[in-house]
Design a protein around this ligand. Structure first.
Ligand code: FES
Length: 221
């Protein structure tokens, strides 16, 4: 495990699912046949992270929680650690209110993720990846493709995607987040989902579609 007790944070000695979390976890476990409860490990870790956000204001997964997930799902703890350390959506140390997960994979890079990264660094004062701003509001993480390349470049903030960013729009987004007023997720240029920039380029008129429902040919006598 990379994240042990450090100078700036402590691992809690124990973790217990509260009633809300336990009910949600039980719903996921019930989806799988007896003996296959380990399949619920990903939702279990999400549930831990959300409970930590409710309880502490920071969405992260302590080691004691991974051990509790292992116990409840009948898995060796190492298998839970393997999952939690593989996926970047699980934070293994306390993070800021807003987790800026900046995609720098090729499509986002070609569309300006360097500018987005620079704008995040300038606004937050964060110098390196995985660090939290001095005011505790932002954490910056570099992530691989978020599956929204069509609207690149993209930043995931907590669980939401903000798309079509540039330096200026990124700064505006961060200002809004700092005020506690997250904008509506999706394209930051206002385009509809992933429709072409500048509006539709096909099916703009019905003139050339031909007559509707042409009469079927009459079979020869
Ligand atoms: S490369 Fe950034 S979303 Fe796919």
């Amino acid at each position: 495990m990379a994240e042990e007790n450090g100078a700036d944070f402590e691992q809690p000695a124990s973790f217990a699912f509260d009633a809300e979390s336990r009910a949600e976890l039980d719903r996921h476990i019930a989806k799988y046949p007896t003996g296959k409860q380990a399949s619920a490990v990903l939702p279990a870790l999400y549930i831990v992270q959300r409970q930590m956000k409710r309880d502490t204001g920071s969405a992260w997964v302590p080691r004691a929680a991974m051990d509790e997930v292992a116990r409840l799902l009948g898995m060796p703890p190492i298998r839970v650690y393997e999952v939690a350390t593989f996926y970047t959506m699980f934070a293994l140390r306390p993070i800021g209110t807003w987790h800026l997960q900046v995609c720098t994979t090729t499509p986002c890079w070609l569309r300006g993720s360097d500018d987005v990264t620079a704008a995040c660094r300038k606004f937050t004062g964060i110098a390196g990846w995985g660090e939290t701003s001095a005011d505790g509001v932002f954490t910056m993480t570099e992530v691989e493709c978020l599956g929204a390349c069509v609207n690149a470049p993209v930043v995931q903030v907590n669980d939401d995607l903000y798309e079509d960013l540039d330096a200026e729009r990124t700064t505006g987004l961060l200002e809004a987040l700092k005020r506690g007023e997250p904008p509506k997720p999706g394209s930051m240029t206002g385009r509809q989902t992933s429709a072409p920039e500048g509006g539709p380029t096909t099916l703009t008129t019905l003139d050339n579609l031909g007559p509707p429902n042409p009469e079927p040919a009459t079979p020869a006598e």
